[in-house]
Design a protein around this ligand. Structure first.
Ligand code: F0G
Length: 456
């Protein structure tokens, strides 16, 4: 088989700043063992997130120059609106400055005490916005999704039996929305099958619960459907994308992922009344409905990115590069989520550092070790991010202790990816030297962003 090459040429480059291991030991201490507190200039390969970190294409940069910055009625907005309508089939498009702004608006309107939002798995900002409104977020992930190293084609699926039971138990009137996150970021970037979305849609229709799609990585999800789900092998990505969105009453989107934009997001929907309430809030928090917290140039970049992301050559390379690292790690015996996700490699820190108990945050300890060894920055998706305390201040751990290495889109080449695999394997071979961490300072919500930790 021929090597799958990067489907782009490089026109402009950014230098990487190199550091030594000794420097990184000190830099990590100064950052209180929290990768969010590192300076990006002190990072060699930055896999903290795939969000807002894409390399834009020459077409997108050209679009930036064409951006019209009129306060109201900018042609850039209409180009953006048409593109979102084309993809989602949803007539109403509301731009926001990023995904969580769309969430904040939606959940401020639909949330509140006594309400439940059900999902395959909610992302952390989605959950936080739900909880901030006083409502509760509920994850109903399918059984396969809970077994990190057992491969299955659609580990992001929702448990539809559990969904039905949940709606009956809590009452449809207390469930303002069901949300399907594609791909399932917190659950390993794993895709959701079309069959599953169809089933969820049917249950939602039966009970009168609206269905929204958290569409951040819709194109990656649709590529997985094409290569893994029977009946879709000969369909084009735009056709699969249209079908996926056709099951939603609305969607939230962070354009910082599958739109190759450095900022942006939107809400799209069918319901005119809901849209009116969203726009009322939009005006006081984001901006006028034809720019919603974005510059005209951002709207152009997003519109172009939303088209580019559906290119099959790109998606083939994208999914293959994640699979490539995963294969290398599996061959070296490193515990990693299988199969590879759409945007990231997820290390199983509980297995990797089995000598560190969960209340000493093995995921965060592994993040630190990867940084010291090779200047790689990842993020913990485990008990630092999702853990809660019981009444006695004992940690109630998250179901999984993962370290996510998210691959920015079109940014790194194969040699970077090879380097990342080598560093992970090196750390794995020295894993017994890694020690656990304790928190010394934390915020009440989304604590992982700012928490300060120290070693035991
Ligand atoms: N939903 C999902 C599934 C996400 O992954 C994110 C962001 C959001 C919503 C919020 O979008 O950042 O534009 O406000 N995920 C980033 C990440 C931050 O690193 O996975 P946003």
């Amino acid at each position: 088989m021929q090597t799958i090459i990067e489907p782009f040429k490089i026109k402009s480059v950014e230098p990487i700043h190199f550091t030594t291991k000794e420097q990184r030991i000190n830099l990590l201490k100064e950052a209180h063992f929290n990768s969010f507190l590192l300076k990006s200039d002190d990072v060699i390969i930055d896999l903290l997130t795939d969000s807002g970190t894409s390399a834009m294409s020459s077409n997108q940069w050209a679009g930036i120059m064409q951006g019209d910055e009129s306060y109201a009625g900018s042609p850039s907005f209409f180009r953006f609106e048409v593109q979102v309508q084309k993809i989602t089939g949803m007539p109403i498009v509301i731009p926001t400055h990023q995904g969580r702004a769309a969430e904040k608006i939606l959940f401020s309107i639909l949330g509140g005490k006594g309400k439940y939002f059900v999902s395959n798995t909610l992302f952390d900002t989605t959950r936080a916005n739900i909880e901030f409104s006083g409502a509760e977020g509920v994850d109903l992930l399918c059984e396969e999704g809970k077994h990190i190293s057992t491969p299955a084609p659609f580990k992001g699926n929702m448990d539809t039996d559990a969904l039905r039971k949940f709606i009956i138990e809590k009452g449809a009137e207390n469930i303002p929305l069901c949300i399907v996150t594609v791909t399932n970021n917190s659950g390993g970037g794993q895709p959701v099958s079309m069959e599953n979305v169809r089933e969820v849609r049917k249950i939602c229709t039966d009970f009168g619960v609206p269905l929204f799609i958290d569409a951040c990585r819709f194109a990656e999800n649709c590529y997985f459907i094409k290569i893994r789900e029977k009946g879709y092998e000969n369909k084009s990505i735009p056709e699969i994308v249209s079908e996926l969105f056709s099951y939603g009453d609305g969607c939230t989107m962070s354009a910082k992922k599958d739109a190759f934009a450095n900022i942006g997001g939107f809400l799209a929907m069918h319901d005119k009344n809901l849209a009116q309430r969203c726009r009322n809030l939009l005006v006081i928090t984001e901006g006028f409905p034809t720019y919603g917290g974005l510059a005209g140039r951002d709207l152009e970049a997003i519109a172009i990115g939303l088209e580019e992301v559906m290119d099959e050559n790109y998606l083939h390379y994208r999914i293959r590069s994640i699979e490539y690292i995963t294969e290398k790690l599996v061959n070296a015996g490193v515990p990693v989520m299988q199969p590879g996700g759409g945007h990231a490699v997820y290390l199983d820190a509980k297995e990797f550092l089995s000598h560190i108990p969960v209340n000493q945050y093995p995921g965060q300890a592994l993040v630190g070790a990867l940084y010291i060894e090779g200047g790689i920055r990842g993020v913990e998706i485990g008990s630092l991010m999702f853990g809660k305390y019981d009444d006695n201040h004992n940690l109630m751990p998250a179901p999984m202790e993962l370290v996510r290495l998210a691959i920015p889109r079109r940014v790194y080449t194969q040699s970077h990816i090879d380097y990342v695999s080598e560093v992970i394997i090196e750390v794995y071979n020295k894993r017994k030297e890694i020690v656990g961490l304790k928190i010394v300072e934390e915020a009440p919500m989304l604590r992982h962003f700012t928490a300060k930790l120290t070693t035991f």
